[in-house]
Design a protein. Structure first.
Length: 207
């Protein structure tokens, strides 16, 4: 998993509340267990019309936001079903940070497991950041995880809270597998000791 330290990028404003996971990635695209290739279907019903043509008014179809890495939304982002494909689609599109007043719990947890930083900030702050974002590609935000601040284009720093352990995992780029591999030497030593103590185990396995 890619480390998240400091991100300076274009932010896309999505002034919607209760954006559920089916809106993020519709169920018909959940036939894969691959984490790549889902970005093209991100917000499919919002991005495309019935013929598959882009809706020019949707924020991620606008030239200045096509490469946005930060998304700003309103309350209860990621509600609905617990599909992990939702953060997969966001990450595959290029989104590394989502700023909203609050998130659905399972989606919030899945973001951390996939290298996306969810930042909780009050709605008035989100509205101010959206206004910044509307100024176009030159109005870039900085999200500094090590200092736990969002820096507006005018230089104002907005602090945010995050669980210390989750902060550590993102800074180190550790998902569940990465955490396990940190203990690889101890696991190997345990398996060697177990085989010595229970020499009959390989015979049972082989039989």
């Amino acid at each position: 998993m890619e480390k998240f330290t400091t991100l300076t990028a274009t932010a896309a404003p999505l002034p919607l509340a209760n954006v559920d996971t089916d809106k993020i990635i519709p169920a018909r695209f959940l036939k894969t267990i691959r984490r790549t290739g889902l970005g093209v279907h991100l917000f499919d019903t919002l991005r495309y019309d019935a013929s598959g043509a882009e809706r020019p008014e949707f924020v991620l179809n606008r030239k200045e936001f096509r490469k946005a890495q930060i998304l700003i939304a309103f309350e209860n982002f990621g509600c609905g079903s617990s599909r992990e494909h939702a953060p997969w689609a966001l990450l595959d599109f290029g989104i590394r940070c989502i700023i909203a007043p609050d998130f659905a719990d399972i989606f919030h947890n899945n973001c951390f497991k996939n290298g996306i930083l969810p930042v909780r900030l009050p709605r008035p702050v989100c509205e101010a950041l959206m206004a910044d974002a509307q100024m176009g590609g030159n109005a870039r935000l900085t999200v500094d995880l090590s200092r736990q601040v969002v820096v507006r284009p005018n230089g104002e720093e907005i602090p945010f809270e995050i669980d210390p352990f989750r902060r550590h995992l993102l800074l180190e780029g550790l998902d569940d597998i990465g955490q396990t591999l940190q203990h690889a030497a101890a696991i190997d030593a345990y398996e060697v000791r177990l085989r010595a103590e229970r020499s009959w185990m390989p015979a049972i396995a082989a039989g």
